[in-house]
Write a protein that binds this ligand. Structure first.
Ligand SMILES: Cc1cc2nc3c(=O)[nH]c(=O)nc-3n(C[C@H](O)[C@H](O)[C@H](O)COP(=O)(O)OP(=O)(O)OC[C@H]3O[C@@H](n4cnc5c(N)ncnc54)[C@H](O)[C@@H]3O)c2cc1C
Length: 335
């Protein structure tokens, strides 16, 4: 069985970033990637300084070249299981191959679950959008409909209102909004449409309207919806890591050690940092080490009675619809 210092499971932007730094730190790294980044349906990646508009798969291809340029290895495949194996981990791939790792970096991202409305899935990432920052500019000034999926949808609508003057809020199956949210929408000139949505109408290859259960058709060119975001982490079950509902109600995440800096505070950019840059020390104090400072140490965390697999806190309390703060990113707190 091949052995690596770190096996990175999931080779999207997060996993490749982690692998790049590990490879540059002269770690023996393998990235295993199933090749389905979350943003694959989109034409381009936006808000990415220096690479604005780059097609998602091109970004990944460039990242792979960069990792390989420092000696990192990358294989295509799906990890189906991971278990403890002595002081490291055994990782199983679909097809039965195994590799061994001293540490795992899990960067498999998340799946977007759409509301059960006919016609939505086919438009995902095109004229069915979720994030005002990822593709809001591309749909500016269009007639946009926000399809409500929960209480946070009002906030979602207010964000999209900055991008168009023609916004409708489809209440769908959500209960009464309450006075304050209704006033907020009214103050911004957002029309609230009550009644269940029965489907999305498409003309040619573009959304043309929203069909209500009552039969009415409301013309719209773009639909915005907040998805339910679920960590892709089924293969971690044998390690005792199972997705649970996120407190925000926005999906499922792997609960993580919370790196406090003070009461009620999250650890700044910690959540975006895939390399093992932070973990909880013995007294709950966060320790930070750069990848190039990490050296093998006898005994490891298990011998000190700590959790052998520390999870970085990848879940912000306030997540934006793009869900960038939800994916489960875990590091082993390197040896
Ligand atoms: C339609 C859409 C458009 C978006 N546009 C933007 C944008 O313009 N700008 C922006 O900043 N963000 C955007 N986002 C958000 C962005 O896609 C995510 O923040 C980003 O992809 C997260 O990167 P990641 O590496 O965590 O996960 P991903 O990119 O999803 O990569 C995870 C990788 O892990 C692999 N994987 C999963 N399970 C396994 C397994 N068991 N074994 C092996 N491999 C596995 C997957 O196949 C995938 O390749 C968009 C999201 C969507 C849905």
């Amino acid at each position: 069985m091949s052995e690596y210092e770190v096996v990175v499971i999931g080779g999207g932007a997060a996993g490749l970033s982690g692998a790049l730094m590990l490879a540059r730190s002269r770690r023996r790294v393998l990235v295993i990637d199933a090749g389905q980044p979350r943003n694959a349906p989109a034409d381009g990646v936006h808000g990415l300084l220096g690479r604005e508009g780059i097609p998602p798969l091109e970004l990944v291809a460039r990242g792979r070249d960069e990792v390989r340029g420092y000696g990192g290895e990358i294989v295509g495949g799906e990890v189906t299981g991971a278990r403890r194996d002595g002081d490291g981990f055994a990782v199983e791939l679909a097809g039965g191959d195994h590799v061994r790792a001293r540490r795992l970096l899990v960067t498999t991202g998340l799946s977007d679950e759409l509301p059960d409305v006919p016609g939505l899935r086919e438009r995902w990432g095109r004229d069915l959008v979720h994030c005002p920052y990822c593709h809001g500019w591309e749909v500016r000034d269009e007639p946009i409909g926000v399809l409500a999926t929960g209480p946070a949808s009002v906030h979602h609508a207010l964000l999209f209102r900055q991008l168009t003057g023609d916004l409708m809020f489809f209440q769908h199956r959500q209960p009464d909004l309450g006075d304050e949210p209704a006033e907020q929408l009214a103050a911004r000139g957002v029309t609230v449409v009550t009644g269940e949505v029965a489907g999305i109408e498409v003309t040619g290859d573009a959304i043309s309207g929203v069909r209500l259960a009552s039969g009415s058709l409301i013309p719209r060119r773009v639909i915005a919806v907040a998805t339910r975001m679920v960590a892709r982490a089924g293969f971690l079950a044998e390690l005792g890591l199972k997705p649970v509902p996120h407190p925000s109600g926005m999906g499922e995440h792997i609960p993580a050690d919370r790196p406090h800096r003070g009461p009620g505070r999250l650890g700044g950019r910690q959540r975006d940092r895939p390399v093992g840059a932070g973990r909880l020390g013995r007294g709950g104090r966060r320790t930070r080490r750069r990848a190039d400072q990490l050296r093998p140490r006898g005994g490891g965390d298990a011998a000190r009675g700590r959790r052998p697999l520390a999870l970085t806190h990848a879940n912000a309390r306030r997540s934006f619809p793009c869900g960038k703060r939800i994916p489960a990113i875990c590091t082993g707190g390197f040896p």
